[in-house]
Design a protein around this ligand. Sequence first.
Ligand SMILES: *Cc1c(COP(=O)(O)O)cnc(C)c1O
Length: 427
Amino acid sequence: MNITSSIQAFEEAQTLIPGGVDSPVRAFKSVGGTPLFIEKGEGAHLYDIDGNAYVDYVQSWGPLIFGHRDEAIESAVCDAVRHGLSFGAPTLSESELAKEVIGIFESIDKVRFVSSGTEAVMSAIRLARGFTGKDDIVKFEGCYHGHSDALLVQAGSGLATFGNPSSPGVPVDFTKHTLLAKYNDIESVRKCFEDSDNIACIIIEPIAGNMGLVPADKEFLAELRLLCDAHGALLIFDEVMSGFRATLHGAESITGTTPDMVTLGKVIGGGMPVGAFGGKAEIMAKLSPEGPVYQAGTLSGNPVAMAAGITAVRKLRSNAKLYSVLEARAKRLMEGFAEAAAKHGIALKTDVRGSMFGFFFNDKPVKNFDDAAASDLERFAAFHAGMLSRGFYFACSQFETGFICTQITDEMIEATISAADEVMGTL
Ligand SMILES: *Cc1c(COP(=O)(O)O)cnc(C)c1O
């Protein structure tokens, strides 16, 4: 496979942009090699600037549940563009998307739109603090909630991959209100409440996707709910990745635990920059200008982005069977990987939630970040390179989740399994 143009483009980009990328995980650092520069996407496929095609299991890190260049989303965006790119004034489109979100998530009475998942989480936490009058927050090792200061404490994904516990540039004072607990370990959360009587909220990815795919146990989430209620803290589900991905009505609909607030991103923008946070009316009433907790954004609720989001969410809502179809494909893919691994004597752990799938080169079940970190990263890197050279584009880190889009066919899944079998034979 010839990737000369990507190699050249990456060399130039590195002289212009730190590391050559605008978001660290794109740089392929944890697997080595050169990131591919993309010219276009079409359906399930990505095309790099050397003209190679790949079946895309990254889908822009989640947002593109209908694949690249979905006709309905594209035409809604083009229509919106012809009315103007931005007004800084209310539009009907914001209420339309709000109605969709409120109708879909039982826990959400009111919602506010922002431009990224980072903003959504940062704002939800400010609101939780404003609402409760408390300062401390509890987060879990391996969960990623965007790159705001207080949350860069042993985050997963890019940071875990690079092995940094937190980032320079974040004053210790800014993270001293962030308590770290262990995912799926209720004792570690109880300890946080013993150490502090000042906890405003627990924030969790109920289906973690940023240490690889590690869903929370139902019982664990139920215990978090009880602890929050007992201590007057809010429970926030960060569903920036899992929202509209694992299932339509949110993790609350499949885990049986209802959060006080939910943060959304990725799929909700249909490929455009949209984030959102919502929750109970009495909590959301504290948000400016209705209440005193300040939050704002020049491009928040941008009409072009709203148009993409409305179209994507309506398509999901009107197609009830979609999640079971996507889940069946994800399950078949993981089943095929597991069979290939067993055949070649390779330890592999797999899991699926709706259109999300994950696999760890690991011989033990993965329940938290320590488990995930014990995976064979060299083996992952070799597998990644082998699949890429055969035309299958997987996330370039062991600590990421894979995504099935509606454009991925059963034939593509079978071809991917055959390639995985071949690659595992070489590991
Ligand atoms: C991607 C992600 C974020 C951050 O969203 P951005 O749009 O990248 O700022 C926050 N939380 C979770 C769970 C995510 O997966």
